[in-house]
Design a binder for this molecule. Structure first.
Ligand SMILES: Nc1ncnc2c1ncn2[C@@H]1O[C@H](COP(=O)(O)OP(=O)(O)OP(=O)(O)O)[C@@H](O)[C@H]1O
Ligand SMILES: [Mg+2]
Length: 253
């Protein structure tokens, strides 16, 4: 096991009487870019919910860096190094692009309120540090020019880049991206792929749900294929593309 492997063991999830995930077992290698593909309704986003903690598994075990996490609330998993992007990026439209990134800083809300009351100077310094960090990340994703603009002006692709900056603020070890290529114009798609690769070169792992198979082929060293709540097969991009079961899963029997 490398340091930040994610291991799923017989993971299942039911919604009422419907078994949406069934005995999902796999290891997502730490520091790698892994693809997760499969037809609509296969259970991909639900699997992200179970990994990030917004839903609990009905069965099974999940380990990250060797530790059991399936019982932990989302913020504890985030603190352990797992960051999750959503299928539809929804920034706070009335806030600036910079503020949207700053909001992702850990230790917000109540904690900040009490610190503010007890040591206001320390909070101001802390906020300046977060703002500097957030600004550096906006430069990294190519949105620095828009830092003061309202998030409402961003295109679909720019929102995905904002989301990436937001996710990076917590210095995660594993980033879950749900369709980073969806609704993104070609020029920005290039930039998103290139930035994902750049983050990965610094040792951060990715698990990427994506319907754009070109993106998957280019970025992912390994691909998991899901269908009807199970892992159908796994392998290199070329291997899964050549697997007749994969084509059948999309086209039906
Ligand atoms: N809250 C819920 N209650 C009941 N069923 C749900 C719930 N959320 C998801 N499902 C069902 O679980 C199955 C898997 O959904 P999920 O969103 O995980 O699929 P997906 O692979 O991400 O699909 P897509 O590619 O369309 O995003 C679907 O059949 C869906 O209808
Ligand atoms: Mg989905």
């Amino acid at each position: 096991m490398t340091l930040h492997d994610l291991e799923l063991e017989e993971v299942g999830r039911d919604f009422g009487a419907v078994r949406v995930l069934d005995r999902v077992s796999c290891t997502i290698a730490g520091g790698a870019i892994t693809g997760l593909i499969g037809p609509n309704g296969a259970g991909k986003s639900t699997l992200f919910d179970l990994i990030a903690g917004s839903r609990s598994p009905s069965r099974g075990r999940i380990r990250f860096a060797g530790r059991r996490i399936e019982h932990l609330p989302p913020y504890r998993r985030h603190r352990a190094g797992i960051a999750r992007g959503f299928q539809v990026a929804r920034p706070f439209l009335g806030l600036s692009v910079l503020e949207n990134v700053m909001l992702a800083a850990p230790g917000q809300a109540g904690e900040l309120f009490w610190r503010n009351w007890l040591t206001p100077g320390a909070v101001a310094r802390g906020e300046r540090a977060v703002a500097a960090d957030a600004m550096a990340l906006l430069e990294f994703v190519g949105l620095a020019d828009l830092a003061r603009a309202e998030a409402a002006v961003l295109s679909g692709g720019q929102r995905k880049l904002l989301d990436l900056a937001r996710l990076l603020l917590g210095r995660p070890r594993l980033i879950l991206l749900d369709e980073p290529g969806a609704g993104v114009a070609p020029a920005l798609l290039e930039r998103i792929m290139e930035r994902i690769a750049a983050v990965n070169r610094r040792g951060v792992g990715f698990l990427i749900i994506e319907h754009n198979l070109d993106l998957v082929m280019r970025l992912c060293s390994r691909v998991l294929v899901m269908a009807e709540g199970r892992i159908l097969t796994a392998g290199t991009a070329e291997e899964v593309r050549a697997d007749p079961r994969v084509a059948r899963a999309w086209l039906g029997p």
